[in-house]
Ligand binder design. Sequence first.
Ligand SMILES: [Zn+2]
Ligand SMILES: [Zn+2]
Length: 738
Amino acid sequence: MFVRFGDLLEAWIVFGKMVDRDVFSWNVMVGGYAKSGFLDEALDLYHRMLWASVRPDVYTFPCVLRTCAGVLDLARGTEVHAHVIRFGLESEVDVLNALITMYAKCGDVSSARKVFDGMVRKDLISWNAMMAGYFENDECLQGLELFLTMRNLSVMPDLMTTTSVISASEVLGCSRLGKQIHGYVIRMELVLDVSVCNSLVQMYFCFGNIEEAEMVFLHMASRDVVTWTTMISGYEKNGWPEQALEMYEKLKSADVVADEVTIASSLSACASLGRLDIGMELHDLARNNELLSYTSVGNSLIDMYSKGGRLDKALEVFKRMSDKDVISWSSLISGFRTNHRSFEALNFFRQMQTYLKPNAVTFIAVLSACTEIGALMCGKEIHAQTLRKGLWSQGYLPNALLDMYVKCGRTDYAQVQFNLHEEKDLASWNIMLNGYARRGHGDFAIMLFHRMEEQEVHPDEVTFISLLLACSRSGMVSDGQMYFNLMTQKYSVKPNVKHYACMVDLLGRAGHLEEAHQLIKEMPINPDAAVWGALLNGCRIHREVKLGELAARYIFELDSKSVGYYVLLCNLYANDDRWNDVARVRNLMRERRLVMDPGCSWVEVKGTVHAFLSADKSHPQIRQIHAVLDGLFERMKLMGLDMPDNCFIDEIEASKAEIFCGHSEKLAIVFGLINTTPGAPIWVTKNLYMCGSCHNTVKFMSKIVRREITVRDAEQFHHFKDGKCSCGDEGYWGRYRE
Ligand SMILES: [Zn+2]
Ligand SMILES: [Zn+2]
C-alpha cells in the first residue's frame, strides 16, 4: 500500500519488520522500486528474494523483465529467462510476453522471435509486443509481415497494433500501405480514437499528402493537443508556414493549452515568415506556462529572433537557457552569420568548443561566417576538424567547404576540394562556376560549363545566373547572349528576373545601354529593382546621367529601402560633377532614415581574424599602423603621386569616398604588413566598395613592400601585384579620374 504512494522508505521499514515475507510482499517491493525508477535496486531486491528461497511467480517475472529492459541489460535479462524455465513458468503468456518485450528493447529481436514462435498460446499482447519489437529495431518490413500473418490468422488488431503499424508505414515511406491501413481503420470504426487519428495525420504529413491529413483532421470526432500540434508541425515541415500559424490561431480559439511541442513548431513557422509579433506572443505564452526550460522551445526562440533580425533578443534567450545543446549554439552562430555579424559568430564558435562538440550543422554555419569575412585560416582549421571527425562528406558540408575556398578567392584549394568531392551535385558545380564568375574568369567558367555538359549534369537556373555573371564580368557580350538563348532552347530553363538582371548588367557594362534598356522594355515578366539597378550601374560606369535617372525612378518605385541604389545614384551624379544632386540624394537618404553600413575590413593574421572599422582608433596597434601609413604617403608624395588625402577635388567628394569606401582596408592591410613575415601575401575582406584613392594607395604599397595584396570588396576581388591590379583599374568607381 505504501509503495503505491511512492513512499519507498516507509514501505521498506514495514517490509523490514515483516516476519513472514511471502511472494506477494516481495512482488510489491520489487514493483515499487521499479515503478519509482530505482531499476538497479529493484533487480537487487529480486536477487535477495531468490537468496531468501522465495519462489517467484507469474507476477514477479513481468516486473523483473520490464526492469531489465529499462536498464537495457541483456545479460541479466537472459539470466532471468533461465529462471523462468527453472521455475517452470515457460508456458505463462504474461511472462512470455514480457520476455519478448525485454529482448526487443535490448535489441535482440531474433531471441524475441524465438520466444514468440515457441508460444503455444498467444494473445493480442504477444502479437503487439513482437511487432513493436520489429518496428523499434528498424525492421519495419518484418513487422509488417507479422501484421499480415496476424490478419491471415484472423486475429483482430487493436488500437495499439493499428497505431504502431501506421507509424511503421510512415517510417517505410510506403503510402500505399498507409492508405490500406487507413481503410482498415475506417472499416473497424477505429476513427473514433484520437491517438489512431493523430498517427494517421502524422503519417499523411510525412508522405507530403497534406490533403489527406486535412481530411482526417476534419473528420475527427475529438481532438487533443497532440492533434493540433501534429497539424501545426506538419504544415510547417511541409513548407506551409502560413497554414501552420492559422492552425495555431484555431488552437487558441478552441481553448486548447499549447505544450512545448506546439510552441516550438509554431515558432519555426514564425521564423520562416519573419512574424516577430506572433513569435513574441508565443515567447510570453511559453514564459507564463513555464515551458521556457525546454531546450526545444529555447532553440526555436533563438532561431525565430535571429531570422527576425532581433539578435539582442536571441542572445538574451540563449544566455538564460539552462540546458544549451549543440542546436542552441548552432542556431546562435548561424543567427550572427545571417545578420552579417560573422566576426562575432566566430567568437561564439570558439566559446562553444569549450562546452560542446560541434556537428555538421554548426560547421556549415561557421564556414559561412568564414566565407563572409574571408577568414581562410579559420575555414581551413574547420576543414581539418571535419576531416578528423569524419564529418567532411556529410550532407551539405563538402559544398560549404567548397564555397568557403571559392569565396575566399582560393581557386586552387577549391579545385582540389571540387575534384576530391566524390558526390558532386549540381550545387557543387554551381559554386565553382560562381567562383570563376566573381574572379572575372569568364573563360574558366565556360570551360567548366562544357565539362558539366560532357558529364551530363543538367544545369538549372542558378547555373545560368553564374554563367551569365561570368560573361558579364569578363566583358564577353556575345558569349553571354549565346548562353542566354541556349538556356531556353536547349535546357528549357525559363529565364527569371535574375537572368534578365544579368543580361542588363552584361550589356550595360559593355556600354550597350540602349540595347539594355530595350531588353528591359521587352521583358515578358515585370522587371524588379535589381534589373533597373543593373541598368543604373551601367549608366554610372558610362556616365549616362539621363538614362540613369530614369532607371533610378523605377528603382525607388519598387524598392525605396535598399541603401545600395542611393549610393549608385550618388556615384552617377558624382562622376558627372553634379554635386548638388549628390547632396539632394543624400538628403533623401537622411529623410528616409537610411543608414549606410559602417565600413569594416577584416584581415587574418596567424589564424586570428582582426576587424577594423573606418577611422578605428581602438586597436592597440593603431599608432604603429598610422606611422607606417604616413611613411607610405610621404614616399608617394616624393615620387610625385597624389597624396591620397588631398586628391579629392573638394569636401563632397572626400565625403563621398568616405561613405562608399570608409578606407578601412588600408588599416587592415598595414596591420597585416606589420604582423606577418616579409613576402607573405596579404588577404583583406571588406564590406563596402574600394574607392579609387585606396585603390591607388594599395597599388603603390604592393610595389614598394613587394607583397601580393588581395582585397575582396562588396563587388569583386582586387589582386594587387607590382603596382598593378587584376581588375585593370576598373573597380566600382568606374573610370576614376587619374
Ligand atoms: Zn577608400
Ligand atoms: Zn582593382
